[in-house]
Design a protein around this ligand. Structure first.
Ligand code: FES
Length: 115
């Protein structure tokens, strides 16, 4: 998995997503990159991006409740840490990809792993 916490800018190619003003505190932004659904969270001014697809059975993670930094899958209750993508609660045992983000000139940029 592409893990945010292990990210090194040289490993990613960044793409401009949207003005940061479109993602206020407490909100979520749903995008698709390379055919992959991704959800970006703004938690107290910090941005985090993970795949919007649960590794247990493809549940829509971005529709789940956020408890601290854990997103709860609305299907069967698996939890993932949005800071790292790590699966932290059964029934999921496989992490989801977590993507690096940066703000440049007021715009959100998201990094995808270089092929
Ligand atoms: S699909 Fe997410 S917990 Fe089952």
């Amino acid at each position: 998995m592409f893990n945010y916490t292990a990210y090194d800018e040289s490993q990613a190619t960044f793409f401009e997503i949207a003005p940061a003003s479109e993602l206020p505190n407490g909100e979520r932004l749903f995008i698709e990159m390379d055919g992959k659904p991704i959800v970006i969270f703004n938690v107290a001014g910090q941005l985090f991006a993970i795949a919007d697809l649960c590794t247990h059975d493809d549940g829509p993670l971005g529709d789940g409740d956020l408890e601290d930094h854990n997103i709860v899958c609305p299907r069967h209750g698996a939890e993932f840490d949005i800071r790292t993508g790590q699966a932290v609660q059964m029934p999921a045992v496989i992490d989801v990809p977590a993507y690096p983000l940066k703000i440049v000139d007021g715009n959100i940029w998201l990094g995808l792993p270089k092929e």
